[in-house]
Ligand binder design. Sequence first.
Ligand code: G3P
Length: 216
Amino acid sequence: MKFFLDTANIEEIRNAAEYGLIDGVTTNPSLVSKEKRPFKDVLLEIARIVDGPISAEVVSTDAAGIVREAYELAGLHNNIVIKIPMIKEGMKALKQLSADGIRTNVTLIFSCNQALIAAKLGATYISPFVGRFDDISEVGMDLVADIARIFSNYQFPTQILVASCRNPLHIREAALSGAHIATMPFTVLEQLLKHPLTDIGLARFLKDWEKVPKTV
Ligand code: G3P
């Protein structure tokens, strides 16, 4: 189970990298827009901190434009993975990029059939958005479990990258479903470590330790 950080914020990435838990980073245009910096500068800085896949999303919506952007972004660093929206033109571009050996992450996946199509066209990763599915009263994690079953039925090598994770339960459920990766905001990564009984237990141990006679 890999953990990716879902952010374009360098400080968060530096902090998370200190745990040694970060296997990669995912970005999207909304996350990048918060940083008020050129996209390529952000990507190159991330690549200096994290030695793992970094998803960079295209903003073209026609196949030729997507392929052009993909080559530009992939040329920046070996670890860049091209994030492509799940649209018809995106799938045309995906077929070509797969044939060219460019790694891809098909994003905005909300159905098993979308995941199946992306896998058939050779996507390296697919990103089902669980939080946004939950937002509309669908069970995001049911979708992940179904996709995991389909990929296992046909031994697709495409990896399931659970995205739009909003809380620790999403990470636990992603792991139970056998998803390869969960990408999460820094706040969720920090929440994963915490348990009130751990804090209470440690405080008690340290207090009791004060009663142990000290030798000279
Ligand atoms: O990984 C995709 C993610 O950035 C979307 O998250 O919370 O905007 O649905 P959210």
